[in-house]
Design a protein around this ligand. Sequence first.
Ligand SMILES: [Zn+2]
Length: 381
Amino acid sequence: MQNEELRQWCFAEQENFLKDLCTLVEVESPTGDSEGSEKMTERVGSWLRELGAEVRILQTPAGCYNLVAVFKGEGTRKILLNAHADTVFKKGTLKKNPFRVEDGKVYGPGCIDCKGGLVLGVYALRLLQQLNFKDYKQITFIMNADEETGSENSKELIMEQAKTHDLAIVLEAAKPEHGACIGRKGLGNATIEVRGKSVHAARASQGANALEELAHQVMEFRKLGNENKGTFVNVTVFSAGEVANTIPDYAMAKVDIRVDDTTEFNRIEREAAVLVANTIVPGTQVTFSLKAHPAFPQNAASVALAKQLEQIYAAIGVKMVTVTSPGVSDANYIASVGTPVIDGMSFVGMNAHTKDEVGYLDSLPDALFALTKFLMCVQKP
Ligand SMILES: [Zn+2]
């Protein structure tokens, strides 16, 4: 089939696409909501089974569900597709921000993060089936349940699967101009906790003021950033004390850490251990804990995948750009096991995690075309 013919198919699919996207957006699926997760796996699972996939539904310890769909072909390439089912929006959001299409844009909770990507993946696989295309050894589609909170109960699955595939595609929204994401910072969620001794404020010398110690720690921690290395350390939440006339015995701060180089987390942990041991308020104890999400550094493999995608767009006269992002996705976990990965291969979307989340429908047919062609011809870099 010629490009132009395939492209016409993609244009013609738009209306059905929006109907299916509406179905998914109208399933509210905040992370951790088992009912929403079950409905998402039922719906997407049935679409993928109809296309001939072998579908496994795996319950997580949190009572949600990850889905793994496997398509067997007759070729040699093994490709992993990934998009997540959960959203950041609590139940009831849909009432205030319903699914709708206005002026060539689509709105609604999760419409591009990441339900648009889920539907796009299904449609590309459907086009492969209609073309009777089988020149791959295996295409595996993982829909996971908890990306928005760090993929605690799906990252092992994703990394295990990634190791056995030649390359991976993550279907988060594209940035403007079909901006594909070829690198993401790593994210550390850290907590500093101080325990002291509570006394009446009139007898402060007999207590240990956790708040004062935390204030000291915060000013030290902010020095752990290193702009030259792309490491940013920001204290973003601070809490201590309940009433004005009592010395607080507990104080807590949360720290957002962004890195380009995952080994920076080791340095920060080493230096943090020194800081927490050096208190200035006698009688206080400080602890530091860190949950680290590895970086997806822009690398030769991600650049090479983007080049292949760029050629597909160029063949139909569409310009595509590449971007790197300070935010994380499951591409970070995939990159951490050494599997070539490209992210942001859905259609163009903006304002994720806000009520203004929006997808741009003028980018949809070309994104579907590009994903389908990419699955057909991408080679391991
Ligand atoms: Zn998100």
